[in-house]
Design a protein around this ligand. Structure first.
Ligand code: CAP
Ligand code: MG
Length: 432
């Protein structure tokens, strides 16, 4: 007679009613051929909490209380409840090692995707969230209602610090609020971070004087954590309000450290999400952007990229809307199989950032999806304007104005040549 080897199904209880303090995860799963649903979901719960592949010689009875429980299966979706006691207070890195760790590699699952998690109040209270919140960010910019606007000098890397700052100046003079470094521009031999900060500061002061407006920049501090801290110090010394971090490649641990450091300096964090599509693009495996955005709000970024639905990069309208809700709402409402309910309690909100292949002709589409509470980044779509960067920024601001005033772009363009020229070049093209 063969002995029982596995105990995965002990992590399944379809009658279980989650406790108030449980973390609830929603996963999409596909068992490997020949594996039952019950065994498959038991494996997810087990390997992401207290289990392993075999029964053990010794298991202290109290540990039963730490087991995750798969308690509801609907089609290919399973809900799993994780007891609060499994999780270290305020340690997002540890959380990821659990609910988004080993389980993605299990042979027993053909596919596994973490859709979202609902955090109970008792877990949330150990996190600080964004330093400013959207009202605070709007105060920094002096812009009350319209979308915040920004651009990256293009090409994304190659300019000297002086060239970069000049393009920044043109961008601000065209009416934009922000100039953004690109994800792969940090401190290269031909464009050192310190030089860029100094030259950008000069240009910002000039642009602010000439326009009477507050001008900002998302300066990319991404590097090892100690270098990031030094770069944040330099930014603060020069009177800037934001530090930009490539949050996925840098990792949650360093983002958490920088959140505190930047907070002390009065800096908000602009989060670029380069590399996210490596794990969120496959609809059957990995994790969703919704979950990433949630984690980033939790650990305190003030803005994060969320897509355009109409630009050059992947991301559906439904996903973009869900992301905006995850970031902006006090209480995020569930959308079936897309996001879960989340009461954010005292955690402040964050701005979604729409970017990637945008130009003035697409502005109404983006604003229809997001409303005005977003950071709109139009880069190639201003520098490629037939009359150059400043005219391109103007055309984009005209498109924003048109949308807010309820006019079509064509109507507005009949009175504004920059917008007219942009429409002549791109029309309403959706780039691939
Ligand atoms: C956009 C961009 C951004 C992407 C990032 C680029 O430039 O600077 O990094 O939008 O993607 O390098 O492609 P363009 P996402 O405006 O010229 O396309 O915002 O989806 O994270
Ligand atoms: Mg970029």
């Amino acid at each position: 007679m063969s002995k029982k080897v596995e105990w995965y199904t002990e992590f399944v209880d379809y009658g279980y009613k989650p406790a108030k303090d449980d973390l609830i995860c929603l996963f999409y799963f596909e068992p490997m051929a020949g594996m039952s649903v019950k065994e498959a979901v038991g494996r997810i719960a087990s390997e992401s909490s207290t289990g392993t592949w075999t029964t053990l010689f010794k298991l202290p009875p109290r540990m039963r209380k730490l087991q995750a429980i798969a308690f509801e299966v609907r089609g290919n979706y399973v809900r799993i409840a994780y007891p609060l006691g499994l999780w270290e207070e305020g340690n997002a890195v540890q959380l990821l090692s659990g609910i988004a760790g080993n389980i993605f590699g299990m042979k027993a699952l053909k596919n596994l995707r973490l859709i979202d998690v609902t955090f109970p109040k008792s877990y949330l209270k150990h996190y600080k969230g964004p330093h400013f919140g959207n009202d605070g960010i709007r105060k920094l910019t002096g812009v009350k209602k319209r979308p915040l606007t920004g651009a990256v000098p293009k090409p994304k890397i190659g300019f000297s610090a002086a060239e970069h700052a000049k393009i920044g100046f043109e961008t601000w003079m065209g009416g934009f609020d922000f100039v953004k470094d690109d994800e792969n521009l940090t401190s290269t031999t031909f464009n050192r971070f310190n030089d860029r900060v100094k030259l950008m500061t000069k240009m910002r002061d000039k642009a602010e004087k000439l326009t009477g407006e507050k001008k900002g920049a998302f300066l990319n501090i991404t590097a090892d954590t100690e270098s990031m801290k030094k770069r944040a110090d330099l930014i603060a010394d020069h009177g800037w309000n934001y530090a930009m971090i490539d949050v996925v490649v840098a990792g949650t641990a360093s983002v958490m450290t920088l959140r505190d450091h930047c907070s002390d300096l009065g800096l908000a964090i602009h989060a670029h999400r380069a590399m996210h599509a490596a794990f969120d693009r496959n609809p059957k495996h990995g994790m969703t952007m919704q979950f990433l955005a949630k984690m980033m709000r939790l650990i305190g970024v003030s803005q994060i990229h969320t897509g355009t639905a109409v630009g050059k990069l992947v991301g559906s309208r439904q996903e973009v809307k869900a992301l905006a809700d995850v970031l902006r709402e006090k209480k995020t409402k569930a959308v079936k199989n897309i996001i879960l309910d989340q009461d954010w309690g005292k955690i402040k909100n964050a701005f979604p950032v729409s970017s990637g292949g945008l130009h003035p002709g697409l502005v109404p589409d983006v604003l229809d999806i997001y409303g005005n509470e977003l950071v709109l980044l139009v880069s190639g779509g201003i520098h490629g304007h037939p009359k150059g960067t400043r005219a391109g920024a103007k055309a984009t601001m005209q498109a924003v104005e048109a949308h807010m005033e309820g006019e079509t772009l064509e109507e507005k363009a009949s009175r504004h040549k920059e917008l007219r020229e942009a429409l002549e070049k791109w029309g309403h093209l959706k780039p691939k």
